[in-house]
Design a protein around this ligand. Structure first.
Ligand code: NAD
Ligand code: ZN
Length: 350
């Protein structure tokens, strides 16, 4: 078991290990007494993991209420958000009670936002059950719901009281969802850590779960400690995402987030080599690790189509678009690219 301490506006621990869900009740008993627990989850995660969590919590003496909504991004709405708030109110939850988000990034984001808003803030614990949620969304306190106008348009920065990553829960994850998470893991290696990158290149899907998940969380922890409210360095976590979002949008969200990000990383790394920000060898190594994880390194859209989507992206600042560009494995920079140069820059990476 590894413990990572996060120092943000609230300090908390992230625990990474095996069998954590089975010992959830005992684990929480060390910190919480006489409180009610609301477990919020989705239909898939409820099927695989809710019974174990509930059994452990009730055996430890907690009074447990559960709320499960239909799995998937379409549930990350104001409607589900209100249902969660009403569920908490109907069951008389107070600020001395506790909410648990048991699931992937969708559950974590919407539950975190409900926790931030209910009674102006009630403690919540993240128990991420996807690789993406473990290494990315559960740590750092960004919570959100989608609006009809776009993804994550309403939300809050609200740090959890604790994050528990039970690696065993990944066993039930569909292969494509796991692969999507791998794109984010590879992203951390390219951004910050050539040893992590080398491990992923060597081991492929057989990477050491405990080492890799812990390392990614440590890296995210460092970014959050430096830029909790996303005004500067946290932008680096968008490596591959500006182009990735354009790919997702052009595909009407038929291409998954991880696949789109992987193609985005590949395009940006080829463009970086062509514009001499990095060597062609660096770009080839990035593309080779993405391929080893069966992630796409090309996209079916033209540079013109991507360019038009990128201009409507919320991360655009005036006449430039900030792109995260690799200089070497483990070292990337935020580079503002002029809007007039953007399409030819992308074209160089296609
Ligand atoms: N807050 C942040 O910092 C942050 C960062 C990145 C992404 N996100 C958000 O995260 C979301 C994506 O997260 P995700 O990829 O985890 O998606 P998700 O929560 O939709 O999970 C993907 C699928 O896997 C299923 N699932 C989850 N855990 C499972 C398990 N252990 N066994 C079987 N099935 C399981 C889910 O039911 C779902 O069908 C997006 O909404 C995105 O905006 C937030
Ligand atoms: Zn992402």
């Amino acid at each position: 078991m590894n413990i990572i301490n996060v120092n943000a506006s609230k300090d908390y621990r992230v625990i990474v290990g095996f069998g954590i869900l089975h010992h959830l009740g005992e684990q929480l008993r060390t910190q919480y007494t006489d409180c009610k627990v609301a477990v919020v989850t989705d239909s898939n995660v409820a099927f695989h993991h809710l019974a174990v969590a509930n059994e452990s919590l009730t055996s430890a003496g907690f009074q447990v209420h559960t709320f499960a909504f239909p799995a998937g991004e379409p549930s990350k709405t104001a409607d589900t958000f209100l249902q969660i708030l009403n569920f908490l109110a109907d069951n008389h939850f107070t600020r001395s009670d506790l909410i648990i988000a048991l699931g992937g990034g969708v559950v974590g984001d919407i539950t975190g936002f409900a926790a931030a808003c209910y009674l102006r803030g009630i403690p919540y614990i993240q128990i991420p059950t996807t690789l993406l949620a473990m290494v990315d969304s559960s740590v750092g306190g960004k919570t959100a719901i989608d609006l009809p106008a776009g993804k994550n348009l309403a939300g809050a920065f609200y740090q959890p009281a604790m994050v528990l990553c039970d690696i065993d829960t990944l066993a039930t994850l569909p292969e494509d969802v796991f692969r999507d998470g791998c794109a984010e893991v590879i992203k951390y290696g390219i951004l910050y850590d050539c040893d992590l990158f080398a491990h992923l290149s060597e081991k492929g899907f057989n990477f050491d779960r405990q080492y890799v998940i812990t390392r990614c969380i440590e890296l995210k922890r460092d970014v959050v400690a430096e830029d909790e409210f996303d005004t500067g360095l946290r932008q680096k976590l968008n490596l591959g995402h500006t182009i990735g979002h354009a790919i997702e949008a052009n595909s009407s969200y038929q291409i998954t987030h991880g696949s789109a990000v992987a193609a985005g990383i590949a395009i940006i790394s080829r463009a970086a080599a062509a514009w001499q920000h990095c060597t062609w060898d660096t770009s080839r190594r990035i593309i080779s690790v993405l391929s080893a994880f069966h992630l796409p390194t090309k996209c079916p859209f033209s540079s013109e189509q991507l360019y038009h989507s990128m201009l409507s992206d919320k991360k655009r600042f005036g006449k430039t678009v900030n792109l995260i560009i690799p200089n070497a494995i483990g070292n990337c920079n935020i580079i503002p690219v002029a809007v007039e140069q953007l399409q030819s820059f992308i074209e160089a990476g296609m």
